[in-house]
Structures are given as C-alpha cells and as structure tokens.
Design a protein around this ligand. Structure first.
Ligand code: SF4
Ligand code: SF4
Length: 81
C-alpha cells in the first residue's frame, strides 16, 4: 500500500507541499501539513521535490502507481524553484 509520510521533526511548516499537491492528498490542518486521502496520490513526487527540509517520504509508490509526466505539474513546480 502506498504511504506518504511527513517527518514532523524535519518539517518547518512552510505549506509548500500543501500548495503543490495536485490532488489534495496533503492538506493543512492546525497550521501543519497532514496526509489526508493517500488513495488520491498520483505519484508525481512534487511534494518531495519541493520540500526544502527533505521531510516527505513515499513507501511503495513505484510498485502501485504509474508515474506520469504532467506538464501542468512541472509548470507549478517551476514557480517555486
Ligand atoms: S514542504 Fe516540507 S517543510 Fe514545508 S510544510 Fe511540507 S513537509 Fe513541511
Ligand atoms: S506524490 Fe504528488 S499526488 Fe502524491 S502526495 Fe505528493 S504531490 Fe500529492
């Protein structure tokens, strides 16, 4: 089963993963990012890429998800870098 894991010790609560997640897997709750519905994850890895603190990890994503190239997602990411 796919898991998206946020290391709370590393997270600086910048919210960039919340903003960039295209399917609202990661949402903000009480000022911090929370993984809500992992079944909606499309495996784009945008959240891990954008995280300045290297605080987001995925488990079994390569086994269960077909990674897709989506120019719209890349465009969104490029606004952050
Ligand atoms: S991008 Fe990283 S540091 Fe920022 S809120 Fe998300 S997990 Fe925390
Ligand atoms: S891999 Fe993509 S869809 Fe999955 S939680 Fe991260 S940003 Fe959202």
């Amino acid at each position: 089963m796919v898991e998206v894991i946020i290391d709370e010790d590393k997270c600086v609560k910048c919210r960039e993963c919340v903003v960039i997640c295209p399917t609202e897997v990661i949402v903000e709750e009480n000022g911090k990012p929370v993984v809500k519905d992992v079944n909606r994850c499309i495996g784009c890895l945008s959240c891990s890429y954008i995280c300045r603190s290297d605080a987001i990890f995925h488990r079994d994503i390569y086994i269960e998800k077909k990674l897709v190239y989506d120019p719209a997602i890349e465009e969104k990411i490029m606004k952050f870098v």
